[in-house]
Design a protein around this ligand. Structure first.
Ligand code: IPM
Ligand code: MG
Length: 374
């Protein structure tokens, strides 16, 4: 039987996305993963020159791959983004939307999986033995893109009619009013919560913590918590507790070892996952997978850090660990285990370190040091 050859879309993006994917390639090559890596155009340059940071040809590419590795992309607010378009594209009403958010929604990558583990020997660990896995809903909530500024009269009329609390805003001029909708569905809530419990069951984890704000944001967060209580009944051997999002920011810092698997709606999951990543070394260690039924896109949770672009200075570990997550997702368990061990060994030895780790090695040197352990 011939071994399967994977097709893995290679999406460096811009900024340090290029640097960290270059380092990751060294590692995947050393692992001799049987794969081809077609490169996809994506990033700020395509926004400037084509008016689309995520061109149609890249969407097509993603329809025909097993998985993708993604670096990072510069994002700017709508007005600042428009100013950077080439003159031919100015004034055409083009609106910048973050490509990663579009990818997640377009390919229904409903799980954002973000493990945060304190690898022994990492001087940046906030405390030792932290091992938290965040499950973040990845397709809806405040990221739905249903937003209004100014607010159309029609919408204001409906809200006046249907929502009592909207009375507080009824005299605000509509061009001075902005609405971003927090939209949550039962279906997406069920599947992310179930994914968190299934992960706990499969990996012998003891507890799932549901993070919410059900006391104030009752419709969406209230429903999310209610659904969690329902799903928990399918997993009686796993403990469940819940916490308000503000409170968990304190408790996570105070007692990080009390937390195991965390599940949250999109925006709260975004915030909690940065906090958890910082406790295990910062964004240089924050790995992430955007996972759907057919496609997984793996990326570091950090941004494009334009000031470091091309300097090969930043830490590639977050991206290398994201590649490890990709191997797990592809079913390449043996390679995934070896890769994680190699990363753990390099961290523990502390001989090759990028600037954030207190060293002066380059991105590629750290990638090569990991490869050398394989
Ligand atoms: C993340 C990032 C993205 C998000 C940005 C870049 C749109 O913060 O992956 O956590 O908000 O989801
Ligand atoms: Mg984030």
């Amino acid at each position: 039987m011939t071994e399967k050859k994977y097709r893995i879309a290679w999406l460096p993006g811009d900024g340090v996305g290029v640097d960290v994917l270059d380092a990751t390639k060294i590692v995947l090559d050393k692992l001799q993963l049987n794969a081809e890596y077609p490169i996809g155009d994506i990033g700020w340059e395509y926004w400037r020159t084509e008016g689309d940071a995520f061109p149609a040809r890249t969407i097509e590419l993603l329809k025909n791959v097993d998985a993708a590795m993604f670096g990072a992309i510069t994002s700017k607010p709508v007005k600042a983004a428009e100013l950077e378009l080439i003159p031919e594209l100015q004034g055409k009403g083009l609106i910048y939307r973050s490509p990663i958010v579009r990818m997640r929604q377009m390919f229904d990558l409903y799980i954002c999986l973000r493990p945060c583990k304190a690898y022994p020997g990492n001087a940046l660990n906030f405390k030792n033995d932290i091992d938290i896995v965040v499950f973040r809903e990845n397709t809806e909530d405040l990221y739905s893109g249903v937003e209004f500024n100014p607010v159309p009269q029609e919408l204001a009329d409906v809200l006046n009619k249907l929502s009592k609390p909207f009375a507080a805003f009824k005299d605000v001029p509509l061009n001075e009013l902005a609405i971003s909708s927090k939209i949550v569905t039962r279906k997406s809530s069920e599947r992310i919560i179930r994914a968190a419990f299934e992960f706990a069951r499969k990996n012998n984890r003891k507890k799932v913590t549901v993070v919410h704000k059900a006391n104030v944001v009752r419709a969406t967060e209230g429903m999310f918590l209610e659904i969690a209580n329902e799903i928990h009944r399918e997993f009686p051997e796993i403990e469940m507790d819940d916490a308000n999002v503000d409170a968990i920011c304190m408790w996570l810092l105070k007692n990080p070892r009390n937390y195991d698997v965390i599940v949250a709606t999109n925006m709260f999951g975004d915030i909690i996952s940065d906090l958890a990543a910082q406790m295990v070394g910062g964004l240089g260690f924050g790995c992430s997978g955007n996972i759907g039924l057919k496609l997984g896109i793996f990326e570091p949770s950090h941004g494009s850090a334009p000031k470091y672009a091309g300097l090969y200075k930043v830490n590639p570990i977050a991206t290398v660990l994201s590649a490890k997550m990709m191997l797990d997702w592809l079913g390449e368990t043996e390679k995934a285990v070896r890769l994680e061990q190699a990363v753990a060994d390099v961290i523990n030895e502390g001989l090759v370190r990028t600037y954030d780790m207190g060293g002066s090695n380059t991105t590629l040197e750290l990638g090569a040091a990991i490869a050398a352990k394989l």
